[in-house]
Design a protein around this ligand. Sequence first.
Ligand SMILES: *[C@@H]1O[C@H](CO)[C@@H](O)[C@H](O)[C@H]1NC(C)=O
Ligand SMILES: *[C@@H]1O[C@H](CO)[C@@H](O)[C@H](O)[C@H]1NC(C)=O
Length: 426
Amino acid sequence: MFSTLQPHKKAMATELLSPLLPQRRRGLAVAAAAPLLLLLLVVVVFSRSRLTVSSPERVDLTLVAGAREKGAVCLDGSPPGYHLRRGFGSGAHNWLIYLQGGAWCNTTQSCSERKRSSLGSSKFMRALKFSGILSNDHLENPDFYNWNIVVVRYCDGASFAGDAEGEDLDGTKLFFRGLRIWEAVIDELMGKGMDIAQQALLTGCSAGSLAALLHCDNFRGRFPQEVAVKCLSDAGFFIDVKDLSGERSMRSLINGVVHLQNVREVLPKDCLQNKDPTECFFASELIKSISTPTFILNSDYDSWQIRNVLAPSGSYPQQAWSSCKADIRNCSSTQIDVLHGFKNKLVSEMKVAEDNKNWGLFIDSCFTHCQTPFHITWHSPISPRLGDKTIAETVGDWYFGRRQDVKQIDCEYPCNPTCSSRLPTA
Ligand SMILES: *[C@@H]1O[C@H](CO)[C@@H](O)[C@H](O)[C@H]1NC(C)=O
Ligand SMILES: *[C@@H]1O[C@H](CO)[C@@H](O)[C@H](O)[C@H]1NC(C)=O
């Protein structure tokens, strides 16, 4: 058993799709989870439990061809990569593009650190396990299991949006080429059959979900009008709210990203006329300009935002908030009131989406972040439900028009009995 806990660099051939953990911790988490997963697998095989379907498929990494010539490179200058699982049967001409997340880097220092991980260099990327919305098992992923599915690796640190160069502390270059990465990957996929797609969906989680919003109309524009193209944002609805000490720390983080990496090119022109680029990088502004049908999936008690936007360390007396941030069940009633305030602000910023008949909403009150790439949240017996439907069922109903006006906003925490404490909180 102990051999699985050895340094993972060579031993671990695959990665789980955890959106926000830095590389090292993710590797450790995988290593630590391996014996447990094995045990789970054995249990499942013998009990035929409904909870777990087949184990997730591993999909190899493909590096983008000719990336360097186009200047489409990761922070360290290495070529970007993606994982493509071919569609089959009735899904052979349908394409789902999933943009990986992993927060942002807003300073030379933080981008320099990122360069030494898979979030900044393809040198550290390995095969990936496809689960949840990426799964090829129809029990786990009833509507998209047989589509062509592509996970695009995030290695620019600015939601696939920047176009600039910088200098690292050691004098080498830092490349901020997210926008070129987006273009090079989409161009390459067009040459691999996406040009004759019949249906397409652009999605992603967290910083990758923000990227899906930023590129949604551009993606739509690459297909003829008769092709069905939609976008799905999972945990990308970051809000510009004051933290507990009254600072706008999220805005200052985004401001750093926007200026260091020069993201202006991807921002909606109408927003830039009245507002500064930093404001235009937030979902509440982006959704005003998107004309492609879009689905917003988010928890209104988003665990990442509560930890990093509302109560970032340093913004509060450590003792008082740390156990509440770790587990929402440990929050005091005063703290829950603060969280309700966060929820109300987030929901009020979704008004435009609520009023648009082609859009969809699934806003649950579970303490979690990123709900599409995990079996447990996407479509399992313990998934969060609204109106008795899982996220997979709801997104499918919206995408295929099986139901009208697919918009649900949950009641206040802790009203939803399907919010399990086992959901991933990033
Ligand atoms: C970068 O982000 C951190 C929060 O992660 C913030 O404290 C800092 O002010 C930001 N720096 C710049 C230059 O934007
Ligand atoms: C939550 O509260 C319980 C009971 O007071 C305590 O045992 C547990 O350690 C707390 N969890 C965290 C993450 O602080």
